[in-house]
Design a protein around this ligand. Sequence first.
Ligand code: ATP
Ligand code: MG
Length: 323
Amino acid sequence: MFCAPYKQKTAGDGAGLYYTCRAMKSKELVREAKQIAGSYRVSEGRGLRLKDYDPGDTNGLKDKKEARKTLERGVELLSEFQEKLYAQDRWALLLIFQAMDAAGKDGAVKHVMSGINPQGCSVTAFKAPSREELDHDYLWRAHKAIPERGKIGIFNRSYYEEVLVVRVHQELLGPQSLPQDLVGKDLWDQRFEDINHFERYLARNGVVILKFFLNLSKSEQKKRFLERLEMPEKNWKFSMADVKERGCWRDYQKAYQEMIRNTATKYAPWHVIPADNKWFTRLAVASVIIDKLRSLDLEFPEADKDKRRELAQVRKALVEGKD
Ligand code: ATP
Ligand code: MG
């Protein structure tokens, strides 16, 4: 089971015991996160079939309450990693979320990032492009939003819409005003190729990329849509456009499958996360992020000789100061 409650009886002072237990819990958490992350990671997508992935899967976990507790601890651990990421100021982390409506993108972002210092994190939601955005290449708006070193950037939808909604509704290509000669049958393959190059470029510049496809079933989407209609506080989340897109379900599944097949790479893997159980979706997303951050061996930068001398002077000034 994912991180059973940890009990340890040892003699010694309270604080020491607290930190020992904490460290061991973290170790256990990290181990379990690695297992979950590995179950859903796709680094090579050739031949992948989405129908082989069960949206209701919970990786053998049944206890929602236990999972929630584990998520809480996971969020604490994430926040520890984030502090180091920020202090070290070398890597940036880019998290990309793609999914059908009501798959739980917003909830996953909200819960998983709840312990994160907002100063080190930004969320960008990509909606239908504006006139100005349409006048540029499609990566332009995304590139501007890539997180800087030390920070975490979350893309709620992304440039992947260019091979999803635009592929399903090809009339959306019209307003992009591309030169006619450049719009041929190879367009989608070219976009995959360009996206892979873009991501490799980012990876080579220290941007760690994790991509999440929240894999929702059509029946669960219906249930969530009906809920949104029935609960006044959820009405705002619902629009006729969502139902229209639901009508294109098969085309979307095909487009997602093609997308993963062509853009899952070692340097920017996809994760096909089961999305029919929100509690598991959140735990799985957190696990993937924990597993990756752990692998970066993040550490607080050590003060060098000059810095230590400076700190000693600061201390002296403070101690000897009159007030
Ligand atoms: P979400 O649906 O992500 O929860 P929302 O309902 O608040 O967010 P919407 O107004 O639905 O926001 O905006 C997202 C819409 O923008 C989606 O239908 C998406 O397909 C569309 N979109 C995003 N990027 C593009 C793009 N490059 N070209 C065309 N449409 C796009
Ligand atoms: Mg929407």
